[in-house]
Every structure is written in C-alpha cells, then in structure tokens.
Design a protein around this ligand. Structure first.
Ligand code: AVJ
Length: 328
C-alpha cells in the first residue's frame, strides 16, 4: 500500500507589520472611553472559556446555528455546487464538519481553506480533516481576516466563504459594511458567503446569554486582563473589575464591559504607561450586534451583495444567510 500524501499547506500573513495587542492596548486604554477589541479574548484560556460558553443553557447561538446547519447543509451545498469551503475564524471545526460532510455526500468536496490567527489550531484541525476526508486538500491561512483576505488562495471550484457564529456582530456598523465589501470583492459570480447572525429578540433572553448564572462569561470577559498582564507585563487586579453586559436597544447590540470596583492604577510595563481607572469607570471589551433580516439585507445591498437564502431555527433566534454578488 502506498503511503497517503497529506495535502496540507499553511500560509502565514502574521508578521512584523502586525496591529498587535500592544498597539490596541496603547490606543484603547489611553482614550477618554477605554476600549479593547474583542479579538484579544482568545488566548488558550479564553478559547477554552468560550467553548464552555457555547455549552451553557443560556447561550443559544451555537446550538441554534448547528441545528440550522444540520437541517440545511445539504441544500446549501446543492444550490452552490461548492467544491471549496473557506472558513473565517475557523478555530476548532465542529460545525464545519456538517458542511464538509454535505460536500462529500454531494461528491463535490475538494478543498478546505481555514483562516485563523492560531497556526497551532490550524495545523491540528488540518491533520484531523485530511484523515477524515481522504483526498481533501487543506490550505490553511494564518492571519487576521479583517486585514488579510487577500491572502486567500485563488478559488478553483465554486466556493463557500463561511463566517459563522455571529462573529460579524463584533464589528461596529461602518467596519461591518467595509468588511462585507471586502468579502464581496473576494467572491466570483459562482461563489457565496454563508453568514451566521444572531437576531434581535426579547432583551431578557439576550441579556441572559451574556450574564450566565455559572459566571463563565464573566470569567471570559476578565480573562482579557490576564492576557494583557501576561503579554504586556501589566498588573491588572482581575478581582477589582466586575463583568457588565447589557442590551443597547438603540444600537441593537449587546455590550460587554469591565467596571472598576474602586479607583485603579495599572502599570503596563511593556508599554511604559500607567493607566488610571476612576471609581466605577468602565472599559468596553465587546459589542455583539443583533440583526433583523431587513437590516442585514440593507448591509448586503450596500456591499454589492444580494440575499439568496435566509434560514432560521424554529424559534427565530439565529439566522444563517447565503448571499452572493448582486445580480443586476
Ligand atoms: C464569538 C463573537 C459570536 O458575541 O456571542 C460570547 C462572543 N462573548 N459571550 C458572541 C461572546 C460573550 C460571541 N462571538
């Protein structure tokens, strides 16, 4: 028997030009309203805590999205004839398997292109997937999908670019449209975007999902301070900050913050700065936008995209959209 050649390629775009944690912390903690972008939550511990969040009774998005994919992956694959799956922020692929299984069943599966900041995570999942799907080619891209979409290998067959989990909600509206426009440019007429979005609903349900009774989301939120302590040699006292999460009805997004319980003085030695927090001063750590079909269609239209398919769970909590280059 011939040894199977594993067809795995990893390309990296993370280099010296990096917009790093250091840049974001210096920029974000010296503003009048302090803010750290949510992408810095995900060190090993943060990724573990997020994984725990996805299994909490109050956190419905992951379960709903998986249920939609279970019901509709075959339709999505049939309608697109997809041979390639690009996944942005792939992390550890679980929902991905539902799409790859459908592509294999349709006989079109050829390439998987995961895009993630973590090379370790990419390699591990690539190894698992070539084992599970003999003949699958994997091209992993290590980078920040907000800036490095240009690093995607050119499409060969019809392609699905999947951006799941509702992570697009982390972008403020202007950035969101800019990102959708960049995705539009990456799509050929035969390609589609598969986008997961959390939906506007009863604020009590939304707020419970970000204020779980086990306190996992609170630990996840505070973990960003541990990341800064470790990476930038800072001395945040994690116990001196409380987790805050609320639904902003005007903006239609969940906002997460960390609130100083007493005045705080924090040294960030690697940056050579001292940061002061007034009593009860808040640091914004995340926005997570919630959508209606109308608002998302407007965002798509502004980016030159057209909605092809709208799929929700039975309770209309979460949506998966298929969008393609607008046909004129
Ligand atoms: C990974 C961005 C989709 O916004 O629901 C979960 C992150 N934050 N609980 C979300 C998160 C707090 C999650 N996303």
């Amino acid at each position: 028997m011939k040894a199977v050649t594993r067809d795995i390629t990893i390309v990296s775009r993370l280099g010296a030009d990096e917009r790093t944690l250091a840049f974001d912390v210096l920029d974000g903690l010296t503003r009048p309203f302090k803010e750290i972008p949510p992408k810095h939550f995900y060190d090993t511990e943060g990724a573990r805590l997020f994984d725990e969040i996805t299994r909490l009774p109050e956190y419905y998005p992951t379960r709903c999205e998986r249920a939609i994919l279970e019901a509709r992956a075959a339709d999505i694959v049939r309608d697109t004839g997809a041979a390639e799956l690009v996944e942005l922020g792939s992390g550890v692929p679980t929902k991905t398997l539902l799409l790859l299984d459908a592509m294999r069943a349709a006989g079109t599966l050829d390439r998987y292109v995961p895009f993630d900041v973590s090379e370790v995570v990419l390699r591990e999942s690539a190894e698992n997937l070539v084992e599970r799907y003999p003949g699958l080619r994997v091209v992993g891209v290590v980078g920040d999908f907000e800036r490095h979409l240009g690093a995607l290998p050119p499409a060969e067959g019809p392609r699905i670019i999947a951006f799941l989990g509702g992570t697009i909600g982390n972008f403020p509206p202007g950035t969101r449209r800019k990102f959708l426009r960049a995705l539009r440019r990456a799509l050929r007429p035969q390609d589609v975007l598969l986008l997961g979005t959390d939906l506007v609903k009863d604020p009590a349900v939304l707020e419970a999902a970000y204020n779980d009774s086990a306190g996992i989301t609170a630990a996840f939120n505070r973990n960003v301070l541990a990341v800064i302590n470790r990476e930038l040699d800072a001395d945040f006292d994690l116990d001196a900050f409380e987790h805050v999460a609320f639904y902003d009805r005007e903006q239609e997004w969940i906002e997460m913050r960390l609130r100083a319980l007493t005045p705080q003085v924090v040294e960030i030695r690697k940056l050579g700065i001292t940061v002061h927090f007034a009593n009860r001063e808040e640091l914004r750590t995340e926005i997570s936008a919630k959508f209606t079909r109308e608002r998302l269609e407007a965002d798509f239209a502004a980016a030159g995209l057209g909605l092809r398919s709208w799929m929700t769970d039975p309770d209309d909590l979460f949506a998966l959209s298929v969008a393609g280059p607008a046909r004129r």
